[in-house]
Design a protein around this ligand. Structure first.
Ligand SMILES: *Cc1c(COP(=O)(O)O)cnc(C)c1O
Length: 381
């Protein structure tokens, strides 16, 4: 019996050629020709004012916290059902994290519960586009504008996804993407900061280049470069950018293939509705970018039994986030309301194998195995 893994990175075949080219050019550090090509690509694709490659989405989030001048005691609102980096980036600057619940019908932040969490100390809202599905950005931007606070989109999973025809990553004041090997478009580790506010552009380059005005120097705008602000080394090497460029050239093909895989799961698993399972919901304002396929079981026990059953059939399904407000690090710090939906997804959400080279034979096996589990063990409703 062959194993079906959860994730297998996809290479287009051009990556190593471009890496060899970068090596031959003897331009290996960051912000070289491949980095610039990738950044121009994203500026056109996302329609943001500035795109900067970073070594990870985590780095891009840390840049956002610095750019917003987050100070100890400042409050930042975000969903609890997210990756640790969404919170860590702001915790590193002393922020107090205020967790908001997820929607009942989707793991994204419940935009109707944000406003009640705002205090005079609130500085930012960080919506996370879970599974690449847009949060309700009009509502979120309206709240942010009324209270004069910033919005940072954590679009780590949301490359090539849209909200009412606007590219995700172009709506919030600042946005971050990931090219980690588990995402749609990859470079091993990698990320992107997209800047949509004119006033952050200059400083974003400085923070990116260790707190120096080196980028302006290379453009000939200043005659020497030096230490002008705080910063770090957030830019990836040209080798990483060369790898990424190969992926970007094949973005349409990668995306079409992933969306086809998603559609096959969605159609193949319709029977689960009869067993009370919640298949993924995509609001009419959002698009599906084929990032992952998840569904929500009736109970935590059912989810765990299903995971076990799939494992015994050599299928690598996995659960996802553990609510951050109940994490070992944060538990003692959390003083807010119960987050019922966040807990629900922690206990009941399951993700199925999802990668470019998942062939229809293996995918059919996954679908049939899931359906068998329900037919044999769970009563229809
Ligand atoms: C993957 C992911 C991150 C972190 O991305 P890295 O590039 O690994 O730092 C952050 N937030 C979300 C929602 C993610 O899915």
């Amino acid at each position: 019996m062959s194993q079906i893994g959860f994730n297998v990175p996809f290479l287009t075949g051009k990556e190593t050629g471009y890496i060899a080219e970068a090596a031959k050019n003897l331009k290996l550090s960051g912000n070289g020709p491949f980095s610039k090509k990738c950044q121009s690509f994203f500026e056109a694709k996302i329609e943001c004012k500035k795109a900067l490659l970073t070594s990870s989405c985590t780095d891009a989030l840390e840049m956002c916290a610095i750019l917003l001048d987050i100070q100890p005691g400042d409050e930042v609102i975000m969903p609890s059902y997210t990756f640790v980096s969404t919170a860590n980036a702001f915790v590193l600057r002393g922020a107090t994290i205020v967790f908001c619940d997820s929607r009942a019908d989707h793991p994204g932040i419940d935009e109707s519960k944000i406003e009640e969490l705002i205090t005079p100390k609130t500085r930012a809202i960080v919506p996370v586009h879970y599974a690449g599905v847009a949060c309700d950005m009009d509502v979120i931007m309206d709240i942010a504008n009324r209270y004069n606070i910033f919005v940072v989109e954590d679009a780590a999973q949301a490359i090539d996804s849209y909200y009412k025809n606007q590219s995700l990553g172009s709506i919030g004041h600042l946005c971050t993407f990931s090219f980690h090997e588990t995402k749609n478009i990859i470079s091993g580790e990698g990320g992107l900061l997209s800047v949509n506010e004119e006033k952050f552009i200059e400083r974003s380059e400085i923070i990116w280049e260790k707190g120096t005005n080196r980028s302006a120097f290379w453009r000939g705008e200043v005659d020497k470069y030096g230490w002008v602000d705080i910063g770090s080394s957030f830019l990836p090497s040209e080798l990483t950018a060369a790898f990424l460029w190969a992926q970007l050239e094949s973005m349409n093909e990668i995306q079409n293939n992933r969306i086809n895989i998603w559609n096959r799961y969605y159609e193949g698993l319709q029977e689960l509705r009869a067993f009370g399972v919640n298949l993924p919901y995509i609001p009419s304002y959002a698009t599906n970018n084929g990032h992952m396929f998840y569904f929500v079981c009736n109970t935590g026990t059912e989810r765990n039994q299903l995971l076990q059953y799939l494992k015994s059939n050599e299928i690598g399904a996995v659960f996802h986030y553990l609510s951050l407000h109940k994490s070992p690090y944060f538990e003692g710090l959390y003083s807010g309301n119960e987050l019922i939906n966040s807990d629900k997804y922690t206990e009941r959400l399951i993700r199925l194998p999802f990668y470019y080279n998942l062939d229809t034979y293996d995918q059919t096996k996954v679908i049939d195995t899931v359906i068998n589990f329900y037919r044999n063990s769970i009563e229809r409703i």
